[in-house]
Design a protein around this ligand. Structure first.
Ligand code: UTP
Length: 407
């Protein structure tokens, strides 16, 4: 794209301020800025101007396969799950493209040293958990790791330096997720440098499209992978490619599965699995009225009692069916460093604009069916979002120790 073409495009969208410093840039910087401008998804930017639409359908509770039933059928589930793993039908996707801003750690979150007396990172915890399964199955599960432009190099280098923590290198693949530009409250694109649009990873909902764009979907096909287990980087107790979860989901005949935990209290801030107009769906905690959150059944149990923990199973063929579907864009207010009219870098103390994200939880509603699968919170859910307090390094360390992990 030439400068003139960029200018025309920008004028059409009232964004020509982006070229304010163009003539002072080096040739290389000019080229990079033009590439960025060409890649802007204008539909997404426009969504900041309209009020975020969120018309929900008819919401109803969705039953889960609960711990008691899982225990009674564990052997059957595990056997089925192991069969799928041994036949090479299961792959795993580690979502590690987030910025981890709440943790305030300037390296990829997975490299965070969670060990106290020994060298143990979040990534190593996760690979150890996966190795427990692959040792049992005596077969490896291909692991696809999604990074972002911001943390890709550091992530790959960390795995290389640590010899993939004993996992076979040939079964680990990395792919980079897309970035989305950020805008100020007037919908104007922000520059983070004179020759660079302010961008951030576009949320965890684009993982399948990014996997496809990277060419790795071919690897999924070539290996005959039929199910993908997607999980977040920050839950150090995460069970990956859990045979019982795989077996239960496959045997249920559903197209997808979600690990869930019983809500600790009605007001707990987790997304809850439900049915919406007869399809599976997730209602975020802030979308729930008090009345809805407190509804109880005849046995006194919360009607909406199962919270998601970002560990899902999806059938690959169904993911391909929905790949072209439009995903809901979430507009998030953030503090975005930017270059002002004087050409100075400003690091705002308060939110000053919007970022755009699609979320994996919206994929659940694109599936015809989903199996909520209950797990024991204390054994499988130790998210690291903050340094201290709730969902923190401190709470995750306690939970790791309670589960016999030496720190
Ligand atoms: P979070 O919602 O906790 O976001 O991500 P985050 O960016 O990691 O952390 P904060 O909000 O800035 O503190 C949940 C999971 O989704 C991944 C994260 O890496 C994490 O595993 N994720 C999130 C992505 O892979 N890409 C994204 O763009 C956002």
């Amino acid at each position: 794209m030439t400068k003139e073409e960029a200018l025309q495009l920008l004028q059409k969208h009232n964004q020509e301020h982006v070229l304010a410093y163009f003539d002072s840039l080096t040739e290389e910087e000019q080229k990079e800025l033009l590439t960025q401008i060409k890649a802007v998804d204008w539909d997404v930017i426009e969504s900041a101007k309209s009020e975020e639409e969120n018309k929900r359908g008819e919401i109803a509770p969705l039953g889960a396969v609960e711990i008691k039933e899982i225990e009674a059928r564990r052997e059957e589930f595990v056997e089925e799950g192991l069969k799928y793993i041994r036949e090479g039908k299961v792959g795993a996707i580690l979502l590690a493209g987030g910025m981890g801003t709440r943790l305030g750690f300037d390296q990829p979150k997975g490299t965070y040293p969670i060990g106290e007396t020994r060298d143990l990172s979040i990534f190593e915890c996760l690979i150890n958990n996966l190795l427990e399964v692959t040792d049992m199955a005596e077969a490896y599960v291909p692991l696809y790791i999604m990074t972002s432009e911001k943390n890709h190099e550091a992530t790959v280098k960390f795995f290389e330096d640590k010899n993939y923590f004993g996992y076979p290198e040939s079964d680990v693949h990395f792919f980079i997720q897309d970035m989305a530009p950020a805008v100020d409250y007037n919908g104007k694109l922000l520059l983070e440098e004179k020759g660079r649009l302010a961008t951030s990873p576009n949320g965890n909902g684009g993982w399948f499209t990014s996997l496809h764009k990277s060419g790795l979907l071919d690897d999924v096909h070539n290996r005959g992978v039929e199910w993908l287990n997607i999980f977040a980087v920050d839950n150090v107790l995460q069970r990956i490619a859990d045979p019982a979860f795989i077996g239960a989901t496959v045997l249920s005949g559903k197209e997808s599965g979600s690990k869930v935990v019983r809500k600790a209290a009605p007001e707990e801030r987790v997304g809850v699995l439900c049915s919406e107009d007869g399809r599976p769906s997730i209602v975020e905690y802030y979308e729930m009225s008090d009345e809805m959150a407190n509804l109880r059944d005849d046995e006194g149990e919360l009607m909406y009692r199962f919270g998601v923990i970002l560990n899902y199973l999806f059938r690959v063929d169904r993911l391909e069916d929905i790949m072209a579907n439009h995903m809901h864009v979430h507009v998030v207010e953030k503090k975005i460093p930017f270059i002002n009219e004087k050409g100075e870098l400003v690091k705002p103390e308060e939110p000053n604009g919007y970022k755009f994200e699609t979320l994996i939880l919206d994929m659940i509603n694109m599936m015809e069916s989903n199996l909520p699968y209950e797990v024991v919170r204390e054994k499988e859910f130790a998210p690291v979002k903050n340094l201290h307090g709730t969902d923190s390094v401190d709470s995750a360390r306690e939970l790791l120790k309670a589960n016999g992990v030496e720190l």
